[in-house]
Structures are given as C-alpha cells and as structure tokens.
Design a protein around this ligand. Structure first.
Ligand SMILES: [Zn+2]
Length: 174
C-alpha cells in the first residue's frame, strides 16, 4: 500500500492527505484551479467583513448597556434626593442603583461573552420592567417607545452574537 503524502492546508493549517480534492476542515480547494482558489478567498473575505459588522453591532450594544446602566443608577439617586426628608424610602433608589450596576457590568462582560451578556441583559430588562409594572401599573406607559427600542436592540444583538459565533466557527474552527 502506498502511503499518501500529506500537506498543510494554506488556510487553516490542518494536515490533510494529499489525495483529498478539498481541505476537510475549511473546504479550501487544494487541487482546484487558480480561479477556484481565488473565489474561495473572496468568499472567505466576505465572511470576515460580515463578522466585523456583527462584532460592531455587539460593541454598540455593550455601549448602550453601559449608558442604560448609568441612567438607571442616576435615576435612582435623583429619586432619592427628590423624596421628602421625612419620607425617604430606600427600596426604589437602592434597587435602581443595583440594577444600573448590573447593566453596566453586562456591558463590560459583552466583550468577552457577547451571547451570554446580551441574553442576560434582555432577561434582566424584561424582569425589571415587569416588577416595576406590578408595583406601579401606571408606569407601563412611561418611556414605552424607548423600552420597545431597547428590546429590539437586544434581539438584534442576540442575532448578531449568534451569527458572529457561527462565522467564527466557519473561519477559525473554534
Ligand atoms: Zn483547510
């Protein structure tokens, strides 16, 4: 039996047997024409551009999370200072500051674990607004357009995080 020589794939650096027409890992046409190789590289380049676009969306969402965190904590402080001196109730200010810190931390965490951070952010946002609605049903209308925008941004962020994971698997085999 003749031992097939093996070679390293130019793209993914996997060792592949020379008798395969394409790399088994990344699909690079080892024995293809120059045109086929070029087409492969162009398609790969396009996927890299897609990945960059999704990463940008996630970075923006991370920034929004920090801004929402800042505003939520600030709102908690303002609420506290606006209360009458003899009627200071710590529950709303304290919970707003904690919630703001949670959003802010999720914004930082989204750099490392975008999917987990964005999903957690959406759950926390919906839960916090549900709790607020239960205690203060009149509050549902306040800032409703912003709330809808924020939920849409979270859902788009989840889609981007999912796509980015998929493309990274495709391109870098992680
Ligand atoms: Zn390969």
């Amino acid at each position: 039996m003749v031992k097939q020589p093996s070679l390293e794939c130019l793209i993914c650096k996997q060792i592949i047997s020379n008798n395969n027409p394409d790399c088994e890992t990344c699909g690079y046409p080892l024995h293809g024409t120059d045109h086929e190789k070029e087409t492969f590289m162009v398609l790969r380049g396009n996927r890299e551009i897609d990945l960059e676009e999704h990463d940008k969306q996630i970075r923006n969402l991370g920034r929004y999370l920090k801004v929402i965190g800042g505003f939520t904590a600030f709102w908690g402080l303002i609420t506290y200072f606006l209360m009458a001196a003899d009627d200071k109730d710590l529950i709303i200010p304290a919970s707003s500051i904690v919630l703001g810190a949670v959003y802010f931390s999720l914004g930082i965490w989204s750099k490392k674990k975008p999917m987990a951070a964005v999903v957690t952010g959406l759950i926390v946002f919906v839960l916090a607004n549900t709790v607020r609605f239960i205690f203060d049903p009149a509050a549902i209308g306040s800032g409703i357009i912003w709330k809808v925008f924020i939920i849409i941004a979270f859902i788009q962020g989840i889609r981007s995080a999912k796509e980015a994971e998929k493309i990274k698997k495709e391109l870098y085999y992680v």
